[in-house]
Write a protein that binds this ligand. Structure first.
Ligand SMILES: Nc1ncnc2c1ncn2[C@@H]1O[C@H](COP(=O)(O)OP(=O)(O)OP(=O)(O)O)[C@@H](O)[C@H]1O
Length: 389
C-alpha cells in the first residue's frame, strides 16, 4: 500500500486553503494524503466546515477515493483515491454546499481535477449552490471579472460562470447558485508553462457596486469623486445592482492594464454602521486605497489571484512566471495563502517556488497516471543510490 503524504494543517496559513489544494491535487494524481489539525490555526477549534466537506465529497466520488474523517468539525482526514484510473463518474453535477459557504472556494478545490483528469471530453456544466458573496473568499463578481479571464490568459480552456441567484453571508443569509461551464483539457494535453509579466500601465477601472437602491446616487457620486482623485486620466465605468438588503454592501474595483492584465480589490462590508449610507463612504475609501496599493507594485496579478495560480504553475509544463510586483526594491512576497499552496504542491509533487514567483511545473498531461510516474522516478533514484554505494 502506498504510504500517504502527511500534511500538518497548522502549517503557514493553517486554514481551509491547505485542505482544498491538497485534496484537489491528491484526487488528480491519486497520491494518498493524511491531514491532521485541519484548519488548526483558526479560532473556534478549526476542523471541517460544510464548504470543505462539500469539496471533499465531490472529489472523493469523482476519484473513487476512500476517505476517513469526512465529517463536519473533523480535524483529521485520510483521503485515498482509487489506484485505478476510473472515469466512470460523470463530472457534470449539481453541488449543494448546504449553507452560504463560498461557491468560489468549492470551485477552487475541484477545478484542477475537472480540467486535468482526462475523464470527460467536451463541455460540462457544474452548478454549485452556496454563497456567491461571502467574506474572505472570491465573490462571483471577482470570479467573472478577474479569475476566469486570467485562467484563460494562462492557457486554460475558457470557463464561464452564469449567476443564477446571489447567495449572501451578510444580512439575512441566503443560498445562491452559479452554473460553471468548463471544457476540460483533452486526454494527453498539457498546460504549457505561462508567463505573466510586463503588465503595462493601467487604462481602465470597472466598479461594481451591490447595495440597497437608496444608496445608488451616493455610491455613484462618491466613487466617481474618489476614483477621479486617485486615478485621474483613467476611464471609469460604474455598474450598480440593488442588493435589496440594508446589510448587503459590496464593492469590487477591477483595474485593466494596456496589456490586458486585471488586478482587483473588493470588500463585502462587515463593519458596524447604523445605516448603509453611513457605511458607503468607508467602503469606497478603503477599496480605492487598497486598489491603489495593488496597482503601485507594478505586478501582473493581485494578491488573491496569485494565490489561485499556484496549483496551475505546479501542473504546467516547465517554467511559469507570475510577476507579483516589486516594493522597496524587492519582489512582493506572496501571501501566506500562496505560500501555503506552494508548500502543499511541494510536499505532493516536489515543485519548489522561488520568491520572485516562478517555478518549474511537473507538466501533467490530462489523464496521466502521475502516481505511477512518481513511483518510477523514485525507483530510478533508489537504483542510482544503490549503484553509488
Ligand atoms: N477578497 C478576495 N477576493 C478573491 N479571493 C479571495 C478574497 N479573499 C480571500 N480570497 C481567497 O480565498 C481563499 C481563502 O482561503 P482560507 O484558507 O482563508 O479559506 P477558508 O476555507 O474560508 O478557511 P478558513 O475558514 O480556514 O479561513 C484564498 O484562496 C484566498 O486567496
Amino acid at each position: 500500500m502506498v504510504e500517504p503524504v502527511h500534511l500538518s494543517g497548522t502549517t503557514l496559513e493553517g486554514g481551509g486553503q491547505l485542505l482544498r489544494i491538497a485534496i484537489g491535487v491528491s484526487a488528480l494524481t491519486r497520491l494518498p494524503i493524511h491531514i491532521t489539525d485541519i484548519r488548526g490555526n483558526r479560532s473556534g477549534g478549526g476542523g471541517l466546515k460544510l464548504q470543505h466537506l462539500t469539496a471533499i465529497k465531490w472529489l472523493a466520488n469523482a476519484s473513487s477515493a476512500t476517505s476517513t474523517g469526512a465529517v463536519v468539525k473533523s480535524r483529521t482526514l485520510d483521503f485515498r483515491p482509487s489506484l485505478e484510473h476510473d472515469c466512470s463518474k460523470s463530472l457534470s453535477s449539481d453541488i449543494d454546499v448546504g449553507s452560504p459557504g463560498s461557491v468560489g472556494l468549492v470551485l477552487q478545490a475541484i477545478l484542477p481535477f475537472v480540467l486535468f483528469s482526462g475523464c470527460q471530453q467536451g463541455s460540462i456544466h457544474i452548478t454549485i449552490k452556496g454563497g456567491t458573496n461571502v467574506s474572505m473568499s472570491p465573490s462571483i463578481d471577482y470570479i467573472q471579472q478577474v479569475l476566469l479571464p486570467t485562467l484563460s490568459r494562462i492557457g486554460l480552456p475558457p470557463i464561464t460562470a452564469a449567476l443564477n441567484h446571489r447567495g449572501w453571508s451578510t444580512g439575512r443569509t441566503e443560498m445562491g447558485s452559479v452554473t460553471f461551464t468548463i471544457t476540460p483539457l483533452g486526454n494527453g494535453a498539457r498546460l504549457p508553462g505561462f508567463n505573466l509579466s510586463s503588465r503595462g500601465s493601467i487604462k481602465h477601472i470597472q466598479a461594481t457596486v451591490l447595495a440597497p437602491r437608496s444608496c445608488e446616487k451616493q455610491a455613484r457620486d462618491l466613487l466617481a469623486a474618489a476614483l477621479g482623485q486617485q486615478f485621474p486620466h483613467l476611464d471609469v465605468d460604474i455598474t450598480f445592482e440593488d442588493s435589496k438588503h440594508s446589510k448587503r454592501l459590496y464593492l469590487l474595483l477591477v483595474a485593466t492594464s494596456g496589456n490586458g492584465y486585471k488586478l482587483a480589490r473588493d470588500w463585502l462590508y462587515s463593519g458596524k454602521s447604523t445605516s448603509p449610507n453611513d457605511a458607503v463612504p468607508r467602503l469606497i475609501s478603503q477599496v480605492v486605497s487598497e486598489l491603489a496599493a495593488e496597482i503601485e507594485h507594478g505586478g501582473c496579478v493581485d494578491e488573491y489571484m496569485r494565490d489561485q495560480l499556484v496549483v496551475f504553475q505546479a501542473l504546467a509544463q516547465g517554467k511559469s512566471v507570475v510577476d507579483g510586483g516589486r516594493a522597496d526594491g524587492k519582489s512582493v512576497e506572496p501571501s501566506l495563502h500562496a505560500k501555503t499552496a506552494q508548500w502543499v504542491v511541494d510536499m505532493l509533487l516536489g515543485v519548489e517556488f522561488d520568491g520572485s514567483g516562478w517555478c518549474k511545473g511537473i507538466g501533467l498531461s490530462a489523464g496521466e497516471d502521475y502516481a505511477k510516474r512518481k513511483d518510477g522516478d523514485e525507483s530510478v533514484t533508489r537504483l542510482i543510490d544503490t549503484l553509488h554505494v
